[in-house]
Design a protein around this ligand. Structure first.
Ligand SMILES: Nc1ncnc2c1ncn2[C@@H]1O[C@H](COP(=O)(O)OP(=O)(O)O)[C@@H](O)[C@H]1O
Ligand SMILES: [Mg+2]
Length: 351
């Protein structure tokens, strides 16, 4: 059984329901963010590898947004190794995300803790010990709806490492997904793996949620036909599906267009690292047929560790550092795309 078919044919769940000057990204990031102005826009920060700076980017991007006067909720969704509360210096956190996920609640507000940072609150993961088995099947869908109705302008999810179904669903829940990588080959490798799993998971979720037996049958045929071993990319899947059932092929392609991903390259150390983002963007298009955005490089910053020790985000302790400015630049790009792409499609499947 191929890698693709293994993922697609999993049993359907009931669920969801200075280089001081690093050149900025030249191409536009591919993002499409929540359409309804009244709803909270959800951003997810994730990635395939631990220690690359996901929590650091999520916390600092959240504070950067709050400094622009936006009301922000950070959600610590790294259920195994939560540390957003430490990065934000929030000591007296109340209930946690796992309490929400284990409950039948539809309102996230009782689980929110205040922080000392203006305009910024937290759903902590401190002392969480949630296993996937504890979760209700509807928990991600319920969280999504609760965040949209939370009353904040932005909710930023800090997601744990790895390609577990739960992490992928949390990432897919967001209107804008940001993948953090470093320029190191191991991190890049894990980022590609994450992307591959993410889009297959998306196809599977679409297939399960459509209640459309023709779509499911056509997808099964894509993976069981004599050509199955030749299917290497998401574009291959769409192409083959279109041949088998043009209408369903178009439908899946349109639904996939709602999925939006950008990458940020963190802990860049030398000028040549600046080519990582653009070349990953190109590689995604060439090998997966997926158009992703690139929102910038964040320089390795010696004060980052100090800011963590001080339990204060870098954008507050060292607002003029290159990394802080780069994070503000990434936020700016996400906001810019939010305006530009309100009516557009973010993801294009080429080839
Ligand atoms: N741009 C950066 N420069 C220097 N250190 C960084 C940078 N980004 C993150 N770090 C450091 O890397 C460590 C791991 O970051 P963290 O956000 O906890 O990773 P993750 O959430 O991906 O596991 C943190 O201690 C942080 O200080
Ligand atoms: Mg983390």
């Amino acid at each position: 059984m191929s890698f693709f078919s293994r993922i697609i044919s999993r049993k359907p769940e009931k669920a969801p329901a200075p280089m001081k000057k690093m050149p900025g990204p030249r191409e536009n990031p591919g993002l499409r963010i929540a359409q309804d102005g009244a709803r909270t826009a959800v951003w997810a920060v994730g990635g395939g590898k631990g220690g690359v700076g996901k929590s650091f980017v999520a916390a600092n991007a959240g504070v950067s947004l709050s400094m622009r006067g936006k009301r922000v909720l950070i959600v610590d969704a790294d259920l195994g190794a939560a540390n957003a509360h430490t990065l934000l210096g929030a000591d007296n956190t109340r209930s946690t995300l796992s309490n929400f996920l284990k409950s039948e609640e539809t309102d996230i507000r009782p689980y929110v803790s205040k922080t000392d940072i203006a305009n910024l609150d937290l759903v902590s993961g401190a002392r969480d010990s949630l296993t996937v088995a504890d979760q209700r099947p509807d928990s991600v869908a319920r969280l999504k709806s609760a965040l949209h109705n939370s009353g904040y302008e932005y909710a930023i999810l800090d997601i744990g490492p790895g390609t577990s179904a739960n992490n992928l669903d949390l990432f897919l829940m967001a209107g804008a997904g940001v993948l953090v990588t470093t320029p190191e080959p191991t991190s890049i490798e894990n980022t590609y793996r994450f992307l591959k799993c993410l889009f297959l998971r998306r196809i599977r979720n679409i297939s399960n949620s459509q209640d459309d037996s023709r779509l499911r049958d056509a997808l099964n045929r894509v993976f069981s036909g004599p050509w199955a071993h030749r299917i290497k990319t998401v574009s291959d899947i769409l192409m083959r599906l279109k041949e088998l059932d043009p209408e369903r092929g178009e439908l899946l392609k349109a639904l996939m267009g709602d999925t939006t991903v950008s990458i940020v390259v963190n802990q860049a150390k030398k000028p040549s690292d600046a080519s990582t983002g653009p070349s990953m963007k190109r590689a995604c298009k060439d090998y997966f047929g997926i158009e992703i955005g690139f929102i910038g490089d964040i320089w390795f910053e010696e004060f980052a560790a100090e800011s963590v020790r001080m339990r204060k985000p870098l954008v507050m302790t060292h607002g003029n550092s290159h990394a802080s400015k780069a994070i503000a630049g990434c936020v700016e790009r996400l906001l810019g795309e939010e305006n530009r792409l309100k009516t557009g499609k973010a993801l294009n499947f080429s080839r």
